[in-house]
Design a protein around this ligand. Structure first.
Ligand SMILES: Cc1cc2nc3c(=O)[nH]c(=O)nc-3n(C[C@H](O)[C@H](O)[C@H](O)COP(=O)(O)OP(=O)(O)OC[C@H]3O[C@@H](n4cnc5c(N)ncnc54)[C@H](O)[C@@H]3O)c2cc1C
Length: 472
């Protein structure tokens, strides 16, 4: 909100310097940083509005303990996933190939979550091992959706045309058409997973997104698949940026306006800390920031993204004393309701860390799009949200809220109004770059027709560089 106000004031800010670069990247989320990794030997400026990189995969730290404020895991990649993106992850020394399983594995094995500590699901006051409570129906459902295993690679741009019809119908319509029996609890379980990964219910998202969830990534035939460092997916950001030249990253820099010139672009950037304007003269741009702001920044292409829909998310990190709860810890603590709102929490005690002085519970809320407006007044609601989260955690662990309040050292609330693009029917397979208005300005990010997943974000950065370099 404060940056929004600053934007109005910025008209009166002094214009401090003019910098020249060949490439500008707008946005330091996974997509922007991945593109930057490929351009690391070029003359580059990456501008990020926040005081840290990561976007929806950023982190926070408190007294030496780092924890995720958004995206927090990924899974092993099968060998049929996109080779360009796998190569990038290999070059950044993040993954290695396992000949035995024909799967790419993460090099830092200590960050795999042990199966026994993986999931606890709370449904109507009882704990279960997964959201699938009715085994028989769930088994039947999984058998049907898993038929697509091996056919739906990531990035989604590699999915064969014969399967692309699955993007044209909703997941619910698909399940009904296939006459798959879905009980009320199974429906809640499916909706939980769709909201958790895609920000929408099975009615809101496409069959392609839903089927990808179950068939696109391996879930069951490997002992270790969930890779989750304590800082979440900002781990990958750290791995990428260590190769960047010192003068290439501009934090607290908001890209305000892009104007075409004879030789490239002039980009007006607000240094939100120094309250100054910096002008960049650049030849090529990768725009990996949120697309709903294009109407102000580069209106020429705003219409390309007009049909995007975003789910707002809140992340609450609660930093407790290490001895607040008993030692039993599950990584994902899922609260099954089948509705948007509080989805559960991740417990740092299930992750590998050198620092166990605190126990951090990171709670996740996926909100309805209609609730975004209320986020404008978040400062008014913040303490209430923390209190409600504490209440939910207290009932989960069957302790008193007042006890938790005493054990709580600090709480953080991250608000993301346009957090996750919802992959509704018709969202995928429209390459926004085909109709862009300037060949030297290319789009990346999961909100450019991609599933909201780490591999897609990386690949959108890879594809953007490929397009810029070859003028596709
Ligand atoms: C709560 C949550 C949990 C998630 N969990 C997972 C998970 O566990 N695993 C997974 O694979 N995916 C997860 N995702 C999906 C995640 O969004 C993607 O995997 C990926 O991180 C998206 O990266 P991105 O670069 O496309 O977008 P973003 O992360 O949104 O990055 C865009 C960046 O651009 C910056 N920016 C925007 N406009 C400007 C501007 N004008 N000037 C300067 N900077 C600007 C923003 O500040 C931001 O840093 C999660 C998403 C959310 C919201």
């Amino acid at each position: 909100m404060s940056v929004g106000h600053l934007l109005f004031e910025s008209t009166f800010f002094p214009q401090k310097q003019v910098l020249e670069r060949e490439y500008m990247i707008v946005g330091g989320g996974v997509a922007g940083v991945s593109a930057g990794f490929l351009l690391r030997n070029k003359s580059l400026a990456l501008c990020e509005l926040s005081d840290r990189l990561g976007g929806s995969a950023s982190n926070r730290a408190f007294n030496g303990v780092t924890f995720s404020q958004g995206a927090h895991y990924d899974l092993n990649y099968p060998s049929y996933f996109g080779q360009d993106t796998l190569q990038l992850l290999y070059d950044a020394k993040i993954i290695e190939f396992d000949n035995l399983t024909q799967t790419w594995r993460f090099i830092d094995k200590k960050y795999y979550i042990e199966e026994a500590k993986n999931t606890a699901c709370l449904y109507q006051n009882q704990f279960y091992e997964s959201v699938f409570i009715n085994d028989q129906e769930a088994e039947q459902f999984l058998n049907i959706v898993e038929q697509f295993t091996g056919r739906l690679p990531l990035p989604t741009r590699l999915i064969a045309p014969e399967y692309q019809y699955l993007d044209k119908i909703s997941f619910t319509d698909y399940l009904q058409k296939e006459k798959i029996p879905i009980s009320e609890t199974l429906q809640k379980a499916i909706d939980y997973q769709m909201i958790d990964d895609f920000g929408g219910t099975s009615e809101e998202i496409s069959a392609m997104a839903g089927l990808f969830y179950y068939a696109g990534r391996r879930y069951s035939d490997d002992r270790f698949t969930d890779f989750s460092p304590p800082e979440g997916n900002s781990y990958f950001i750290r791995k990428f940026v260590q190769y960047f030249p010192n003068d290439s990253i501009f934090l607290n820099h908001l890209v305000k306006k892009i104007t075409e010139t004879k030789t490239g672009f002039t980009v007006e950037v607000v240094d939100v800390v120094k309250k100054e304007i910096v002008f960049f003269k650049v030849k090529k741009i990768i725009y990996a920031g949120h697309k709903h702001a294009l109407k102000y920044i580069y209106p020429e292409d705003a219409s390309l993204f007009a049909s995007n829909r975003y789910a707002p998310w809140l992340v609450v990190n609660l930093v407790f004393d290490k001895n607040t709860f008993n030692d039993e810890a599950f990584w994902q603590n899922e609260i099954l309701t089948g509705k948007k709102g509080f989805l559960g929490f991740v417990d740092s005690f299930s992750q590998y860390t050198d620092n166990k002085n605190y126990r951090v519970l990171s709670a996740y809320y996926c909100l309805a799009e209609s609730e975004r407006k209320q986020l404008r007044e978040i400062e008014k609601y913040a303490s209430k949200i923390i209190e409600n989260t504490l209440l939910k955690i207290a009932s989960h662990f069957q302790v008193k809220q007042s006890y938790l309040e005493k054990k709580l050292n600090k709480s953080f609330l991250k608000v993301m109004g346009h957090a996750m693009p919802i992959p509704y029917s018709g969202y995928l397979f429209q390459n926004k770059n085909t109709n862009r208005s300037n060949k030297n300005l290319v789009y990346a990010g999961v909100d450019s027709g991609r599933l909201p997943l780490f591999f897609e974000a990386v690949d959108s950065g890879v594809e953007a560089v490929q397009i810029l370099e070859s003028y596709l």
